[in-house]
Design a protein around this ligand. Structure first.
Ligand SMILES: *[C@@H]1O[C@H](CO)[C@@H](O)[C@H](O)[C@H]1NC(C)=O
Ligand SMILES: *[C@@H]1O[C@H](CO)[C@@H](O)[C@H](O)[C@H]1NC(C)=O
Length: 276
């Protein structure tokens, strides 16, 4: 065999190898594509009615997860900030919307009810005495107690909860409207819902992006869950702010969670309160 022929032979062998490699790649590509099609069309169809459906369809069409049942009154837990001294006159505001054995939640008092308040009526929300927060409170005892209430209400009620609604003891709610409004939002997101004050000066003193507590503030379950883990840290930073809703706003701002403004909440402030 001459050297010329030898070179030809090697070249031919190389060409054949390239050809084989090309075919192999084509084969891999096509069979991969067919497997993918099979996976999408057949498996997804096959598992549509089984528990695997969610996981598979999430992989392929992430937006296609099945919706959870609509939000109703049982998914909402109310945390009402009160004090024993004020309860006698403020009770009617709360009893105007509280539905015994229907609405979930607690009135948080500063001290246990004295005997003139007992037996505690079923028409009032069940009460809890706020935890001793004296290790924080230097100046803003009441405000810190109200902010801390978020943690205490979470501890009490955290099964099948979608929303925590924090109010004052003179907040009047229209519960059906509240339920319908919250049902429009995705409770699985970190949501901070409420409205700023109708008094411009109050917004100026606190923030135009803050939910004012007197109108009620709705917090989604996952947000509260994270918040309670950071509450100590937030109180460390914000315990000297002049209002509990301002503490909450400041803390959530650090989380990167901004207010979702919602019409329908109303807070009216007397501006002079801030300047006297
Ligand atoms: C609210 O919905 C849940 C299902 O998520 C259901 O178990 C519960 O009975 C409902 N409550 C009311 C008052 O309709
Ligand atoms: C209503 O709730 C109270 C406690 O708040 C409970 O003692 C009572 O049994 C409940 N009644 C009904 C009908 O569920």
């Amino acid at each position: 065999m001459s050297s010329k022929n030898g070179i030809k032979l090697i070249k031919t062998q190389q060409n054949l190898q390239h050809l084989a490699q090309g075919k192999l790649w084509k084969f891999v590509a096509i069979s991969g594509f067919l497997l993918f099609l099979f996976y999408i069309l057949f498996l997804n169809h096959f598992f549509k009615h089984s528990s695997h459906h969610l996981a598979l369809s999430k992989l392929i069409w992430p937006a296609n997860s099945s919706p959870s049942p609509p939000t109703n009154i049982s998914h909402i837990v109310f945390g009402i900030a009160g004090s024993l001294k004020g309860w006698q006159v403020r009770k009617p505001y709360i009893e105007s919307w509280w539905q015994k054995n229907v609405t979930r939640g607690y009135l948080f008092l500063d001290i246990p009810p004295t005997k003139e308040f007992l037996p505690w009526p079923l028409s009032s929300p069940p009460f809890r005495v706020s935890e001793d927060i004296s290790h924080y409170a230097k100046n803003m005892k009441f405000q810190i107690r109200v902010f801390h209430m978020i943690l205490e209400v979470f501890r009490e009620e955290n099964k099948d909860v979608r929303w925590y609604v924090m109010t004052d003891d003179d907040t009047v709610l229209f519960v059906d409207n509240l339920v319908n409004m919250l049902a429009k939002y995705d409770h699985a997101q970190n949501l901070y819902i409420g409205t700023n004050s109708e008094c411009i000066t109050s917004n100026y003193v606190a923030s135009f992006g803050m939910a004012f507590g007197g109108a009620g503030i709705a917090l989604s379950y996952p947000l509260v869950k994270q918040l309670v883990g950071k509450l100590d840290e937030c109180l460390e930073r914000y315990q000297n702010l002049f209002a509990s809703d301002f503490m909450l706003y400041s803390c959530l701002t650090d989380f990167g969670v901004a207010l979702t403004p919602q019409k329908g909440f109303h807070q009216v402030n007397r501006a002079h309160l801030y300047f006297e």
